[in-house]
Design a protein. Structure first.
Length: 293
């Protein structure tokens, strides 16, 4: 697998962590284990220059019992031997992390598909892209390492069409457009992303479907995949998503953000077949919208 840096990075382990979606310690182990090669001697602290290429060879997993399978409630709307399409419910965390090692989608995946424990990423087997815990809707999951690498390349090269539906407070000045504010972690609140000079290039397309009673139903298309991208970009327009207290919404009685992944389209990495999926918004989302009308 060949990785090409799309921007400069201060450290190689950070570049690998963000590009491969693995921990920095795992990235460091790959570098020191000579699984990452380039045109110079590499260390975790090596600076990465935009356009630089690296060859990646991920070794087999050594520990097959690190994840505990659990019977988690989620819907599989498509499956074959290569991949799954999941309808993730709101409130379900995608993968284990500090403070949340159990009761995640990944725990449910390895319960239903035990062979996924054999994949190289010990904590996030099969996870190609993530939805925030409060976000519902469509996700694609790889069932083996070969397909995982192929899908990650497709996401990186923007060959996957992802669209979202969200309910926002207020109404933006323009009914449609592309938000291009660069994003990075909020220096004053690490759980938030903010539009900030020197952040990572971020592009979010949007179209207001309707507005009434100071609410707007909005369709979004992602051209990049930054953390909290839709939430941060629309908050920067003065229109935080309904239920999104992290980004300024005052919905104290709501326990979720009304953001839903409703469309997913891509070419199957193995069969070459065009894959198109649609998923209606959840009942609580629908009920809230009906209450506005």
């Amino acid at each position: 697998m060949i990785l090409t840096a799309e921007e400069n990075f201060n450290r190689l382990d950070i570049f690998l962590s963000e590009t491969l979606e693995i921990s920095r310690s795992r990235a460091s182990d790959l570098i020191t284990g000579k699984n990452i090669t380039g045109n110079k001697t590499l260390k975790p602290s090596t600076k990465v220059i935009k356009g630089e290429k690296f060859s990646v060879e991920i070794p087999p997993s050594e520990n097959l019992e690190i994840l505990e399978g659990e019977d988690i409630n989620f819907e599989v709307i498509y499956e074959d031997e290569s991949l799954l399409i999941i309808n993730k419910p709101s409130g379900l965390v995608v993968h284990p992390a500090p403070g949340n090692w159990k009761h995640t989608l990944v725990n449910g995946l390895v319960y239903r598909y035990p062979e996924m424990k054999l994949m190289n990423d010990k904590l996030r087997p099969g996870i190609i892209h993530r939805l925030d815990a409060g976000t519902s809707g469509l996700m694609v999951v790889a069932r083996n390492d070969k397909v995982a690498l192929m899908l990650k390349d497709m996401f990186k090269e923007r060959r996957v069409n992802k669209e979202y539906i969200a309910l926002a407070h207020g109404r933006p000045k323009r009914n449609e457009g592309i938000i291009s504010g660069s994003l990075d972690r909020d220096p004053d609140n690490k759980i938030r992303s903010v539009v900030i000079e020197g952040g990572k290039a971020s592009l979010t397309g949007y179209k207001v479907l309707w507005s009434m009673k100071n609410f707007s139903l909005v369709k979004f298309k992602l051209f990049t995949g930054r953390t909290h991208q839709i939430r941060a970009h629309f908050s920067a327009l003065g229109c935080p998503l309904v239920g999104d207290k992290v980004y300024g919404a005052k919905d104290e009685n709501l326990s979720r953000v009304f953001l839903h992944s409703w469309k997913l389209e891509f070419v199957h990495p193995v069969t070459g077949v065009n894959m198109k999926f649609r998923q209606k918004v959840t009942e609580d989302f629908k009920d809230f919208v009906n209450g506005i009308k």
